[in-house]
Design a protein around this ligand. Sequence first.
Ligand code: ATP
Ligand code: MG
Length: 289
Amino acid sequence: MLAISNLSKTYANGVHALRGINLNIERGLFGLLGPNGAGKSSLMRTLATLQTADSGEVRLDDVDVLAEPKRVRRLLGYLPQEFGLYPRIDAATMLDHFACLKGIDDAAERAQSVEALLCLTNLWDVRKQKLGTYSGGMKQRFGIAQAMLGRPQLIIVDEPTNGLDPEERRRFLNLLARTGEDAVVILSTHLVADVRELCAAMAVMDKGRVLAHGEPKAMVAEIEGQVWQREIEPTEADHLADGVTLLSTHLNAGRTVARVHSANGAPSGFRATQANLEDVYFAALRNAA
Ligand SMILES: Nc1ncnc2c1ncn2[C@@H]1O[C@H](COP(=O)(O)OP(=O)(O)OP(=O)(O)O)[C@@H](O)[C@H]1O
Ligand SMILES: [Mg+2]
């Protein structure tokens, strides 16, 4: 288990990126949802020992993550949100090199891991192509392959589905689900669907804080019966009754439909609708504001 307590980080420019994060993350897939600037990457870089924290504690089973970065790195697979690749090197050679760095010293074992990962990420046919010629999605898949080298116990993937086409996204999520069975896997994303389809547990973050966490199904069940919707005039969104929180609006055949949260029965004119994970996400954000 990964146990995070009171983790805080302020950057040199004064931005409080993490404000006392507390989370216990079990093995399996954990989804981290939050808007731009919430602090997801800051949290992930800290867990990946790439930056220090100001205060707090992180333990991965018996490893003190903040005090023993070298031990953590041997157990870690990390896919940053943005990364560069050597453009003139082919994927197979580069992955073999990363495998060496990971400490997979046996050549046969290394060749086997590299081959398996290139197949899993659907890059086998283009393994001899230079990385500089890869499309965005291919680069992303290469990044995923390197993060999975050496059977890591802690896998941190920062917006891994960003830029993948629907088929590759599906392949990747399936791959992550399989790998995640015996590791702690933390996945950040803007896509509620990534979390709904895949994660046993999740947290919603904003402004450096965890606003809500739990099991997706249980979190939806908690607001069941409190979500309402109706067509509105766009200007009405600003004048909702007290105790009614606007969750989201969407267009349906050119008309604006609002979804709202109210724990005290149906607001005037609204009808009941089934709660979903997107409602959970917006309710956490809006009710914290
Ligand atoms: N190296 C840095 N120096 C100073 N401020 C930073 C640094 N990295 C991030 N920040 C600030 O910290 C806050 C959190 O940023 P972070 O990148 O962790 O958010 P995020 O949730 O990953 O956002 P996104 O969804 O856009 O990737 C933001 O206000 C950001 O501007
Ligand atoms: Mg980020």
